[in-house]
Ligand binder design. Structure first.
Ligand SMILES: NC(=O)c1ccc[n+]([C@@H]2O[C@H](COP(=O)([O-])OP(=O)(O)OC[C@H]3O[C@@H](n4cnc5c(N)ncnc54)[C@H](O)[C@@H]3O)[C@@H](O)[C@H]2O)c1
Length: 273
């Protein structure tokens, strides 16, 4: 792709940080933004956590996302960082921004999910989920902001339908995703004067690697009465990663230049129910 082609993209020439970029929705955001002319900083932990019942990404996954971005003619800088490590994240973002020249936006997308009834939810689960999903989102905003304060920018924090609804059987996740909304609203107020927009995106279910098998089992075996809370209003079981990426693209683009403090639902109506 030539620069002329990129200049026609909806985020042409923007530089965007994405966490959790090795696979799933993070990879989809990277590809969709690259298609529209962005260069990317791609961060992921690239190893599994013992507290989770499903594996996280590998270094090969992150390299594959970078290859997909480069195939589209855009730049991709990768770093293996745990978003819980604020200092390592800030340093990796600083290095990457030095290479790219500047930063326009960040997508705090890294997240993890545990499952359990209230009786079976452990303090380790609480700490891991809040640490990654809420404090990790804060760390991502904090790593990006020093590069945005002079020139304005867009922070997109990935919450969930569970960030707006009392979704059961994963209380730490629901609490952390609600926390992402509060964090984003507060930052939106604090940063509006500097032309930095802060918004959240709220997906319904998307088929990715984030799939703790016990959640499905809990709904079938222990609490089938709660299953309707997970049903979308529109006649689809799940949505697709690209549907969420299109929302992220919009919020980063100048089309959303006056949009801040919004909770953008891409939830097939699950929060209506
Ligand atoms: N899949 C869904 O149904 C769904 C629904 C609503 C919201 N979400 C949210 O979307 C986001 C993306 O999830 P996904 O479905 O693509 O899941 P996924 O597990 O496929 O991808 C998450 C990525 O984040 C990375 N990651 C996890 N912990 C990390 C850490 N501490 N530091 C750095 N990277 C880390 C993983 O390695 C993985 O590559 C998450 O915030 C998730 O909560 C997912």
């Amino acid at each position: 792709m030539t620069d002329t082609t990129a200049s026609r993209g909806r985020v042409a020439g923007k530089r965007v940080l994405i966490t959790g970029a090795a696979r799933g929705m993070g990879r989809s955001h990277a590809v969709r933004l690259a298609e529209e002319g962005a260069d990317l900083i791609l961060i992921d932990i690239c190893r599994s956590l013992p507290e989770l019942e499903y594996p996280l990404s590998s270094p090969e996954d992150l390299a594959e996302t970078a290859a997909l971005v480069e195939k589209l003619g855009r730049r991709a800088i990768t770093a293996e960082v745990d978003v819980r490590d604020a200092a390592a994240l800030a340093s990796a973002v600083q290095d990457a921004v030095t290479q790219l020249g500047s930063l326009d936006a960040a997508v705090a997308n890294a997240g993890v999910l545990t499952a359990g009834t209230w009786q079976n939810t452990t303090s380790e689960q609480w700490r891991t989920v809040v640490d990654v999903n809420l404090i990790g989102t804060w760390n991502t905003c904090a790593a990006a902001l020093p590069h945005l304060v002079e020139r304005g920018g867009s922070l997109v924090n990935i919450s969930s339908a569970a960030g707006l609804k009392g979704t059961p059987l994963h209380t730490p996740y629901t609490a952390a995703k609600h926390g992402v909304v509060g964090l984003s609203r507060a930052l939106a107020n604090e940063l509006a004067a500097q032309n930095i927009r802060v918004n959240t995106v709220h997906p319904t279910g998307v088929a990715t690697g984030m799939a703790p098998a016990s959640l499905h089992q809990l709904l079938i075996d222990e609490r089938p009465d709660l299953a309707p809370l997970f049903a979308n209003a529109l006649p689809v079981i799940m949505t697709e990663a690209v549907d969420i990426s299109n929302a992220v693209l919009y919020l980063i683009s100048d089309e959303a230049r006056h949009v801040t403090g919004t909770e953008l639902k891409v939830d097939a109506g699950v929060t209506l129910r």
